[in-house]
Design a protein around this ligand. Structure first.
Ligand SMILES: [Zn+2]
Length: 633
């Protein structure tokens, strides 16, 4: 399968690639061959992210425009991460296009849109003047990680660098309403409010850096929303952590002794033991119950939704999951011990529940060939449980050992293409090396990143949203073609009270992500484990999620991201899906309380009201294949 990332405009690629630390562009494959011939390929900006622009180059019509440029890391090393805004919008299913600052004048010649500054950009005087004039005339602008020299437009003064802090919501506003996590942020700025209304302050250890962090301003006929902290960098930092070269610092309360001499994903975590964890029932165990990075993503999305609603924009969102599902669940089984007597017991529990799960096979194996055949025939997924812990001839941390075990699992199980992996004991070293190894063997998805200790249960390394990591260590940052699906907890009953299960599942569902639980066959016969697993599966279904394999998650996500959109008019959009995407859900932002009607290829499709991150949408579910004309009203 080809790389599933889609590039922004080619021209933009050239510009960014020419600079040292541009957006995530290198090695991401080519624009989709599926682009309709009626469009000039130079104007294709695809993805679920993308859209097919109109043939005339200057005709930008997407509802969301990302203003981005390469920024030197000399002044701000976090600038390497700013291209990740694309990945955040892609995951959300927004259709957007790029506009380099040199072409800001185009904003005056196109339909209304929400423009988003992808970082604290060093704009020229002329570029700043263009944005001031555009917003003054009614444009809507989101600032990320700083004002980009537009303090007057954002209605703030006295910016102060923020090293690390926690956002504290003030007042009631749709952008910040109902958020529950600690909102831990890294980098960016705080401000003194001028004309702007503060929506959140930043609490930080440095009293000089305290101030307003999120502010909304009316400027002339337009509006501006400033997200001062560097949310894009924060998301990457929380997900990818720091390089694992030594034990992490354990939780002071003894709940997470990660300094066990075995290097693993948690050793690189950047969240805070005291401020980012909350007690979970019934034992008040502190865990990372609320996914911080999910909520930081949503602050960006909500800002766009809020400004789009103000302008009554046609804002379609190709929703995260089919059938409008609130989320998806994943059960994985690491075959530690490879006991042929216990595997059938686990399989039987899953079969009774009619749930397909992902079996990750640990070298050197031990199950008979007939068992692997059973898994294959019954459509369970088979992947790798890479062992870099045992320290034997082929079981240390190295690329060669990973490649060896990859080959071994393929040979042993008879599965030609393995889609996913989890590292035994959540082993991890360095920062990005392992994802590079996965890319080398077209291992499309990893599910290693999560807890090995009770006190790191939940979301220690990002949120419930599956994500493509950013290679920000290369000269030209690029997205890596490995979908990371975070792990929330290991075996209920054995590692934590079974009551943690529904609470974690609820957290993932609130953010429409993946609720991923690991159950080892080695533990399935222990008292209470099978019962807890069955109850968790039932609970998830009762909450409206579907249980998928990791491979299903990857396939859906990669196909969803291939859909492109052409905005035909104020009320029309043409979607193009090169491969069939069954029962996809398209959301349309409601500008007011009234429901919107939709015609799909001339046929009326009934919609239902749906909340997405606190905003009202109309949801329409239909099959996407080839070209689909969607008309509102
Ligand atoms: Zn294991």
């Amino acid at each position: 399968m080809n790389n599933d990332f889609r590039l922004p405009r080619r021209r933009f690629l050239r510009q960014a690639a020419a600079a040292g630390c541009g957006l995530a562009l290198h090695g991401l494959g080519s624009p989709p061959a599926a682009a309709s011939a009626e469009y000039s390929s130079a104007d294709v900006a695809p993805g679920a992210t993308g859209l097919l622009a109109r043939p005339r180059r200057s005709s930008r019509v997407a509802p969301v425009v990302v203003i981005s440029m390469p920024v030197s890391t000399d002044a701000n090393p976090r600038a390497c991460a700013w291209g990740y805004l694309d990945e955040i919008l892609r995951r959300a299913g927004l259709f957007f296009e790029h506009l380099p600052p040199a072409e800001l004048e185009e904003l005056f010649h196109r339909p209304p849109c929400v423009a988003v500054l992808a970082g604290h950009l060093p704009l020229t005087v002329k570029q700043r003047q263009a944005l001031l004039a555009w917003v003054n005339r009614g444009g809507c602008l989101v600032g990320l990680g700083g004002t980009s020299g537009l303090a007057e437009l954002f209605g703030v003064k006295g910016e102060r660098p923020l090293a690390e802090g926690w956002l504290k919501v003030c007042g009631d506003h749709p952008v910040t309403r109902g958020l529950r996590s600690s909102l831990h942020v890294f980098g960016g700025y705080t401000f003194m409010p001028g004309a702007a209304m503060p929506l959140a302050d930043a609490d930080t250890a440095n009293p000089l850096a305290r101030g307003s962090a999120i502010l909304e301003n009316r400027f002339g006929q337009g509006r501006a929303l400033l997200l001062g902290p560097d949310l894009v960098f924060s998301i990457v930092h929380i997900q990818q952590g720091i390089s694992v070269l030594q034990d992490g610092k354990p939780a002071p309360d003894g709940s997470a002794p990660i300094n066990d001499g075995v290097l693993k994903a948690e050793d690189g975590l950047v969240l805070d033991w005291q401020r980012d964890r909350v007690p979970a029932a019934p034992d008040h165990g502190p865990i990372f119950l609320e996914p911080v990075s999910d909520e930081l993503r949503e602050l960006i999305l909500r800002s766009i939704f809020h400004l789009a609603r103000q302008q009554r924009l046609l804002l379609p969102v190709l929703y995260y999951w089919p059938r409008g599902l609130d989320g998806v669940g994943l059960i994985s089984h690491d075959t530690d011990g490879n006991d042929p007597a216990k595997a059938p017991a686990m399989l039987e529990v899953m079969r009774r529940a009619q749930v397909k799960s992902t079996w990750l096979i640990l070298y050197p194996g031990g199950y008979p060939a007939s068992f692997y055949r059973q898994l294959r025939e019954q459509e369970f997924e088979i992947g790798i449980h890479y062992d870099a812990r045992s320290g034997g001839l082929h079981t240390g941390w190295s690329r060669e050992n990973f490649l060896f075990q990859h080959q071994w699992v393929r040979r042993t199980t008879g599965v030609e293409h393995l889609y996913s992996n989890k590292n035994h004991y959540t082993r991890w070293e360095g920062r990005l090396d392992f994802w590079r190894w996965c890319e080398e063997v077209s291992m499309h998805s990893d599910q290693t990143r999560g807890p090995s200790k009770k006190g790191t249960i939940g979301f220690p390394l990002g949120g419930s949203q599956p994500y493509f990591p950013l290679d920000d260590e290369s000269a030209s940052p690029r997205l890596m073609n490995v979908l990371e699906v975070n792990l929330l907890t290991q075996d209920l009953v054995v590692t934590c009270p079974p009551e943690y299960g529904p609470q974690l599942l609820d957290s993932a569902m609130r953010h429409h992500g993946v609720a991923h639980f690991l159950f080892h066959p080695a533990h399935i016969l222990k008292p209470g484990v099978a019962d807890a697993l069955t109850k968790l599966l039932d609970y998830g279904r009762a909450q409206g999620l579907e249980w998928w394999t990791n491979e299903q998650i990857y396939r859906w996500e990669s196909q969803r991201r291939r859909v492109t959109a052409t905005f035909d008019s104020d009320s029309g959009v043409t979607l193009y899906s090169p491969r069939p995407l069954g029962q996809a859900t398209l959301l349309l932002l409601r500008p007011g309380p009234e429901a919107q009607a939709l015609r799909v290829n001339g046929q009326t499709v009934p919609g239902v009201r749906r909340d997405l991150h606190g905003f009202d949408f109309d949801a329409f579910t239909f099959d996407l294949a080839g070209q689909t004309k969607v008309q509102v009203g």
